[in-house]
Design a binder for this molecule. Structure first.
Ligand SMILES: Nc1ncnc2c1ncn2[C@@H]1O[C@H](COP(=O)(O)OP(=O)(O)OP(=O)(O)O)[C@@H](O)[C@H]1O
Length: 211
């Protein structure tokens, strides 16, 4: 299992958000996490990646990276530079200003996997929203993540770009990653996810196998 969450509990200001949330995601699996606004979907992902401390529960995860709705690229830098920053956590400090060629090659491979090798030298500000989100996914790949946690990755995109990004997430899962994406579009979840998990009353409702 790439990601195992058991009995996750989290409250804010005395209000219970997660109340025994469980989730298992295998390598090769794309899970869509659905649920109403405020049901705790982001909180669950943030706990899984270590951005939030749970009140209780156990999380076991292979190296994980998060992708956000807001994308968070450095817009004036090139797509390739942005992807290279995925490796900052494993670079010595002196290397973090001029990325070594080996890293640039790895970042190019990551851009290739998201279909954007031909835009590597383009400043991110000049890319479309969907392309920018694919660059952010390439950056997660350059982190050498085995688990990708995507929090509403397509909510800001037009329908065609959204479908392309969700299809890419499915492809990456088919290549062996474990992928969890919070989606607000049930039709995309049904079309592309291997499995849908619904968050209800702080718990995972029975998973529904879609494919
Ligand atoms: N840092 C925080 N401090 C206080 N309350 C928080 C914090 N983070 C989240 N919450 C609250 O926890 C609840 C769950 O939030 P969360 O963002 O996880 O829900 P969500 O299912 O992702 O919602 P949405 O679909 O609207 O993004 C909400 O009521 C939110 O206001």
């Amino acid at each position: 299992m790439s990601l195992e969450i058991r009995g996750l509990r989290k409250s804010y200001d005395g209000r219970t958000v997660l109340d025994g949330f469980d989730l298992d995601v295998r390598p090769g699996e794309f899970v869509a996490l659905l649920g109403p606004n405020g049901s705790g979907k982001s909180t669950a992902l943030r706990c899984a990646v270590g951005l939030e401390r749970p009140d209780a529960g156990e999380i076991t995860s292979a190296p994980a990276a998060m992708v956000f709705q807001g994308i968070h690229l450095v817009r004036r830098r090139t797509a390739l530079d942005n992807v290279c920053t995925g490796a900052l956590g494993r670079l010595p400090l002196r290397r973090s200003f001029f990325f070594p060629n080996t890293l640039r090659s790895e970042a190019m491979e990551c851009l290739d996997r998201v279909g954007l090798a031909d835009r590597a030298a383009e400043r991110c500000a000049r890319l479309s929203g969907g392309q920018q989100q694919r660059v952010a996914i390439a950056r997660a790949l350059c982190q050498r993540a085995e688990v990708i946690l995507a929090d509403e990755p397509v909510s800001a995109l037009d329908p065609a770009a959204a479908a392309q990004v969700v299809e890419l997430l499915r492809q990456l899962a088919s290549d062996g990653l474990a992928v969890v994406a919070v989606l607000h579009q049930p039709e995309l979840a049904h079309c592309y996810a291997h499995r849908i998990v619904a968050l209800h009353n702080g718990k995972a409702a029975s998973p529904e196998v879609t494919r």
